[in-house]
Design a binder for this molecule. Sequence first.
Ligand code: COS
Length: 389
Amino acid sequence: MDFALTEEQREIQALAREVADTEIGPNASEWDREHRFPGEVFTKLGELGLMGVCVPEELGGAGADFVSYVLVLEELSRADAGVGVTVAVHTSAATLPIVSFGTEEQRARFVPPLARGEAIGAFALTEPGSGSDAGSLRTTAVPDGDGWRISGSKQWCTNGSHASTFLLFARTDPATEGARGVSAFVLDAEHVEVTREEEKLGLHSSSTADLRLDSVRVDGDRLLHEERNGFAVAMATLDGGRIGIASQAVGIAQAALDTARAYALEREQFGRKIAEFQAIRFKLADMATEIAAARQLTLRAAWLKQAGFPHGVEGAMAKLFASKVAVRASQEAIQVLGGYGYTREFPAERYYRDAKITEIYEGTSEIQRIVIARDLLQAASRHLEPAAS
Ligand code: COS
């Protein structure tokens, strides 16, 4: 067992930390207040190789591993969780599925601009009537000559208003209910109409949009993977994506701890720094312990994915736990800061608003428990023994 990061992983982490501390963190409160999507940041991240960290070099990426990628997501999310989710969805939910399931032609055509940050990717699965029950989606793709006509609505699409490439799921077999009749498509911005930009509790520097497709004609080469096997593409994509969201949650929690720690070392009451009070010390100790545990679960899931082992359950565990830690740590940070924590003068309230979504998107905490429990209760559950042993 080796808990040490490789030299390459440390270098990429340091690069992400530097850009997070200099170009993202100092602006995060303003972007949050102004609900501004900082497009220039993604161009810069692209130039640094951080929009395609774990994409092979021959496809325009940095060619690093999945562990490096989640380390980057933690650093970006520590500075601004909206930037974190933009990069997470762009990479895990749009670029990597094309790398994994695309034909040579699709990979060569769509991946390099995404990996270089010249294009932003989005993932369009959820619909107004289909959230946790993803297999019930109603967007349809009807054969039309050698292509398809796609009609339907998508909801809560991260990056929706800024993306050039969409991984979109539609039912190609109307006779088959549920997951089996679904196929995956790679679409361009011109194929989708953005009908609404969502107003959210947090993540104000990220875009969340509703989309409509009204009998949009696409060529046959837009089908990703096999017809009627799109649900497996979606689930495999989310297996990896959830590790990224776990990392985002760890970044938010770390930011909350950093803020609480700095305040506790400054603020004086009853003639002493509040960091000298046991009530505050215990809070900081619990936050640090939970964050360390969440980070280890996340890195282990990332390592399993990189090594080619099953990682769906481990990713679900990481997301379930890390998202809870992020919510708890950001609540505790507000408590440590007291009245100041409830104001916009300090970032603790932003962490609290940003943290909550990590318990919801890319599968709610209840869905993560379903994934974990289903596996646990199978006769041959791997989880009776440590995975990958
Ligand atoms: N990887 C690959 N294939 C998978 C898979 C995975 N992790 N999980 C399921 N599949 C396959 C199954 O093998 C099955 O294929 P067959 O019919 O060929 O056997 C098919 O997908 C359907 O699987 P299942 O019966 O488990 O589907 P359910 O409808 O019961 O859904 C859950 C399972 C609830 C886990 C799924 O709908 C889910 O993850 N929902 C949450 C969606 C989500 O996270 N949305 C957020 C979007 S991002 S904001």
